[in-house]
Every structure is written in structure tokens, then in C-alpha cells.
Ligand binder design. Structure first.
Ligand SMILES: Nc1ncnc2c1ncn2[C@@H]1O[C@H](COP(=O)(O)OP(=O)(O)OP(=O)(O)O)[C@@H](O)[C@H]1O
Ligand SMILES: [Mg+2]
Length: 264
């Protein structure tokens, strides 16, 4: 489904301009990374700030192109295709859920969802309202983002991500700005998407949230430093994990295998 082969992403280092003579070498956001995500798999990505998590998700989501390497989505290498083709692949295959929501502030909830329809094919207001109803926002369709809570805005994002029926859901810290109750709603929706057979790649800083996935990888300095494969999450995992964490103890017990990968 998603095959990443030897991908490197370089960003130009900021020019110091302060006379310190610091070198202007590039930032290796991703450093020869290879990764396979199976169809229907739920992968979580953890790692310190700046380790390349968002860069990786943005490359998979066709928001950007790698400096080198290949990114295969559904049998197509998107690493070298034109911007127009990237936009088309993104509209057809990808649903994005961001921590910062990225809703258009002057469009209502339903208009934000319809904009995603527009970029895919054509708008259908009835369908857009139904998508909002599915995330519990049927009565908020004509509110502006500023008139909604963070949790509601995130659910608009999810309706927008889902409206074109994408096979791949990319979620970059989807619950990072939410309270516990909205976090649970969003995680339940993600679990539903997983059960529908969609492939999910989710960045999170929360080890309990990461554990809902089938597998967790950890990035360090743009490389996969370790991975952990989880056994099938049972229905109670979310609540049970949360309760464990609330008691201040670490979630343990469902790890089937822990595999350390060589440094590069
Ligand atoms: N557009 C950019 N221009 C220059 N450098 C960038 C750009 N985007 C990211 N970087 C750099 O690339 C590295 C990886 O960034 P990235 O956003 O992928 O990290 P992250 O793991 O998502 O971090 P966080 O947990 O803080 O979101 C960082 O050193 C960052 O400063
Ligand atoms: Mg990030």
C-alpha cells in the first residue's frame, strides 16, 4: 500500500546572517528511511520533536516531494511526479487530519467539507451534511470554525478527510489539542476507519494513543530507531489504557514483539 524506499528529505539550513560563520549545510529531516505500511494497517509514529514525523507524513500525503528515494502509493511512485499529479493523487487517495485543524476560517463547517469535494470532483451539500452528521455535527453544519470548540473543529476536519472516501488516512497529532472526551471521540472514529479497512498513519506523542495502532515506529534524527508490533487491540483497550495511564502507571501487556532495527 505505502512503500517508502531510501527516502531522504533535506531542507536548506537557515542562513545565520549574524557573522558567526556557522555553516549552511542542509537539515536532514529524513535520512535514508525505508518503510512499508500494509493495506489496512494502522501505524503510529512517535519520536522527539524535530525527528521528522511530520515531514514523513507530508511526503506520504503528497504535500511535498522527497530529495531522493521513492514513495509508492498503490503501485505508483509519487516521488517524481508533477505538482498537478501530486494534487490529483492526494485528492483521490488521502484524507488528512491535522493537529491545527487547518479549516478555512471564513467558510462554514459544511463549506469546508464541500471544498474537499470540489478539489476531488464536484460538491454535494447533502453528502457533506451527512458526513458532518456521522461525526456528530449535524446541527453545526452552518457554523464557522470560530463558533465551534476545538473538538468540534477536529471533527469537521475528520468529516472533510473522509468525504472523498480515501483509502489512506494521515493524522498528525490528531488529538494533540483536544480534551479527554474529544480525544476519545476522535480515537473511536479512527478505530472505525481502521475497521473499515483503511490504512492509517498517525503521529502522536502519547504512548497510550500509539498503542491503539497495529504497530508503532519511533523516529530519531530522520531514521527509524525502533519498532513495536502490538497484538489485536480489544474493544476495551482505549478505556483500559487510559485508566492505566490515569493511575500513573505505564501501559504494558499487549506488546507481542519488540524489534530493534540497526541504526541505519
Ligand atoms: N519547511 C522547512 N524548512 C526548513 N526546515 C524544516 C522545514 N520543515 C521541517 N524542518 C526541519 O526538519 C526537521 C524535522 O521536522 P518535522 O516537522 O518533520 O519534525 P516533527 O518530528 O514533526 O517534530 P514535532 O514533534 O515538533 O512536530 C526539523 O529539524 C525541522 O526544523
Ligand atoms: Mg510534527
Amino acid at each position: 500500500m505505502i512503500q517508502i524506499k531510501d527516502v531522504t528529505k533535506l531542507y536548506p539550513a537557515k542562513e545565520s546572517g549574524n557573522g558567526t560563520g556557522k555553516d549552511a549545510s542542509s537539515i536532514h529531516a529524513l535520512d535514508h528511511i525505508s518503510l512499508h505500511v500494509a493495506q489496512g494497517e494502522w501505524l503510529s509514529i512517535m519520536g522527539p520533536s524535530g525527528s521528522g514525523k511530520s515531514t514523513l507524513v507530508n511526503l506520504i500525503g503528497c504535500l511535498d516531494r522527497p530529495s531522493s528515494g521513492e514513495i509508492w502509493l498503490d503501485g505508483q511512485n509519487v516521488a517524481g511526479i508533477s505538482s498537478a499529479d501530486l494534487n490529483r493523487v492526494r485528492a483521490e487517495k488521502i484524507g488528512f487530519i491535522f493537529q491545527q485543524f487547518h479549516l478555512i476560517p471564513f467558510l462554514t463547517a459544511v463549506e469546508n467539507v464541500m471544498l474537499a469535494q470540489y478539489f476531488h470532483s464536484m460538491t454535494d451539500e447533502k453528502e457533506a451534511v451527512e458526513a458532518l452528521a456521522r461525526v456528530g455535527l449535524g446541527d453545526r453544519a452552518h457554523h464557522l470554525p470560530s463558533q465551534m470548540s476545538g473538538g468540534e473543529q477536529q471533527r469537521v476536519c475528520i468529516a472533510r478527510a473522509l468525504i472523498n472516501d480515501p483509502r489512506i488516512i494521515l493524522a498528525d497529532e490528531p488529538t494533540g489539542n483536544l480534551d479527554a472526551q474529544n480525544e476519545e471521540i476522535v480515537l473511536r472514529l479512527l478505530r472505525e476507519f481502521h475497521q473499515q479497512g483503511r490504512t492509517i498513519v498517525m503521529v502522536t506523542h502519547d504512548p497510550v494513543v500509539a498503542r491503539l495502532a497495529d504497530r508503532r515506529i519511533e523516529l530519531h534524527h530522520g531514521k527509524v530507531a525502533s519498532q513495536e508490533i502490538f497484538s489485536l487491540a480489544d474493544e476495551g483497550t482505549l478505556g483500559a489504557s487510559r485508566a492505566r495511564r490515569d493511575r500513573g502507571s505505564r501501559a504494558h501487556g499487549s506488546a507481542r514483539r519488540v524489534a530493534r532495527q540497526p541504526g541505519d
